[in-house]
Design a protein around this ligand. Structure first.
Ligand SMILES: [Fe+2]
Ligand SMILES: [Fe+2]
Length: 205
């Protein structure tokens, strides 16, 4: 009897060990959640397009105000940060093998026209443009961070840093009396809709 009991215990132990090893195998083979490649491509494509557009908006404003004017210097500070952003996304396009949007020539012209056009309306209007654009880009960067998984934590950090910069630009706009620009509400609404449309198109095309 003690012999049979001993054998049963040994068999039970073996079963437990087997179960544990299967469990261990499963847990080591279950990868961390990874970001969907299509989503990743869209994020990099649209962010590259957006940063390119932003550099062109500030180019247009500086072309009107001149970079040595007081407002020109403030805009140059934001333009320098946009330059860092676009350079990072230029690298990411290559590193992640993502096709840029086919609409860069359009954003080149549209961005410059928006920047120069609002600058021609005055300093407050130029800053209202910044408020509207950076609000949309800042929100967009916030949303994107939720789409990136553990495997893209570096990109997530980069986007979080850029989000902070964009919100700083947004606040610079407000500090420079953007809200007192003539037709502020309608102008910012139109620019926000334009930016959101550009984002939707640049993800795909
Ligand atoms: Fe930017
Ligand atoms: Fe910005």
């Amino acid at each position: 009897m003690p012999y049979i009991f001993g054998v049963t215990m040994v068999q039970k132990k073996k079963k437990i060990i087997k179960k544990k090893s299967v469990k261990k195998k499963n847990s080591s083979s279950s990868n961390k959640p990874s970001t969907d490649k299509n989503i990743l491509d869209e994020i990099i494509r649209v962010d590259h397009a957006g940063e390119y557009g932003a550099t062109r908006i500030y180019d247009g404003q500086i072309a009107i105000f001149g970079k040595d004017s007081k407002i020109g210097k403030t805009i140059q500070h934001m333009a320098d940060q946009e330059q860092e952003h676009i350079e990072k996304f230029n690298e990411l396009l290559i590193e992640k093998r993502v096709r840029p949007t086919a609409l860069l020539p359009l954003w080149n012209v549209a961005g410059f026209a928006l920047g120069a056009g609002t600058a021609l309306m005055g300093e407050k209007a130029a800053m209202a443009c910044t408020v509207a654009v950076e609000k949309v880009i800042g929100e967009h960067y916030r949303e994107q961070q939720n789409l990136l998984e553990e495997d893209e934590k570096d990109l997530k950090k980069t986007i979080a840093k850029f989000e902070k910069d964009e919100l700083e630009h947004h606040d610079i706009g407000l500090e420079h009396d953007a809200e007192n620009a003539p037709g502020y509400k309608i102008m910012t609404k139109v620019i926000e809709i334009g930016c959101k449309t550009a984002i939707a198109i640049s993800k795909k095309i």
